[in-house]
Each structure stands twice: as structure tokens, then as C-alpha cells.
Design a protein around this ligand. Structure first.
Ligand code: MN
Length: 197
């Protein structure tokens, strides 16, 4: 059974298409018009081993905010759709990833309830190309709200803004992969005592 999510989301500000295959090989086709964000979504697919297509046509004449946020919302919705009934998955995942001087620690529970805890160094450089570094938290908030997962992301230390953001996406990718993968010991079992996720 394939685990694929496909979401099209169109407003007066943006038009977004996201397709994700949780059981892919890390093949990506990403185009949002925000170069650094494309680079981050590429990390998400590659290190999550998700096949990921993202096509966003947003109001970049204003700034990159709507484009980045709406893409994250659609990505969260597509991820939730792809997870389906969550039977037979690990449910929890965590990964710690260094990128030179920076470190990201990510823990996820595919719980059905949205909750984000996020810390990263203050006083980071404000921009990476056209990517506003305060958007990282906004991306995670948007993704969590739609995917309905509990997500804890911490960067205890780091200096370079590019490194600080990129290690978060790499660790997120790997944590989501571990949580969404099928547990061979739990075939047909929903990983919840409540009977619902
Ligand atoms: Mn916003």
C-alpha cells in the first residue's frame, strides 16, 4: 500500500502544490522561488528518504513570507494525508545532527495533536539570501498545525545562520523518517493504547 500525500492550495497570495511519498528514495523536485528554502526542502526529502515535489508560485513582489508559510502548511497537510491510518509505524522519532559548529536535536511524536517547542540561538543573522531567519519557527509552527504532530526542535548552540537552519531541517527529516517508517514487529498494530492516533 502506497503512502502518498498530494495537496493543492490556492489563495490570492500563493498557489502551492506538494506531493510526498513517505516510502521514496529521497528524490526531490523543489521550486518555491526562495533559493535557500528550496535548499532546505531538498534536505527534508533527501534525508527523510521521501520523494518530494514542491511547486509554489507566490507573491514574492511583497516578500517571501506568504510563499514560505503557505508551502509549509501544504507540506504538513500532505504529510498527514500520506501517513494515513498510522497502523504499523514507529510513531516516535528523534535525531541529533551537527553541522560544523551548530547542533540540532529533533524529537517527534506523530500524535494527532499539534504542539511545537522550538529554541534556537538569538541574534542570528536576519537573512540568508531572501530567507528571513525568523521564518524557521513559523515554518515549523505551520507544518505542525497541519500535520498534527508534536515536534520539539532545539539548537543548543551554533553561530552561522545557514548552519543553524540547515541542521534543523536535516534532523527534522531524519526524525520524521524514523517516526513514519514501518515497524516490522508492529505490522497491523496501531501504536497507541487509546485506539486512535
Ligand atoms: Mn505568517
Amino acid at each position: 500500500m502506497s503512502r502518498i500525500g498530494r495537496v493543492e492550495r490556492t489563495t490570492k497570495e500563493t498557489s502551492v502544490l506538494v506531493e510526498i511519498d513517505l516510502d521514496g528514495t529521497g528524490r526531490t523536485d523543489i521550486s518555491t522561488g526562495v533559493g535557500f528554502y528550496d535548499h532546505m526542502l531538498d534536505q527534508l526529502g533527501r534525508h527523510g528518504l521521501f520523494d518530494l515535489t514542491v511547486k509554489t508560485d507566490g507573491d514574492l513582489h511583497i516578500d517571501t513570507h506568504h510563499t514560505i508559510e503557505d508551502t509549509a502548511l501544504a507540506l504538513g497537510a500532505a504529510f498527514k494525508q500520506a501517513l494515513g491510518d498510522k497502523v504499523g509505524i514507529y510513531r516516535f522519532g528523534n535525531c541529533t545532527v551537527p553541522l560544523d559548529e551548530s547542533l540540532a536535536q529533533v524529537t517527534v511524536d506523530l500524535s494527532g495533536r499539534p504542539y511545537l517547542v522550538h529554541t534556537e540561538p538569538e541574534n542570528m543573522a536576519p537573512m540568508i539570501g531572501s530567507y528571513d531567519t525568523t521564518m524557521t519557527r513559523h515554518i515549523l509552527e505551520s507544518f505542525v498545525a497541519q500535520a498534527q504532530i508534536a515536534l520539539h526542535v532545539h539548537v543548543p548552540y551554533g553561530r552561522n545562520a545557514h548552519h543553524i537552519v540547515e541542521c534543523q531541517f536535516k534532523a527534522l527529516a531524519r526524525a520524521l523518517r524514523y517516526a513514519s517508517e514501518r515497524d516490522p514487529r508492529a505490522a497491523g498494530i496501531l501504536p497507541s493504547t487509546k485506539g486512535a492516533l
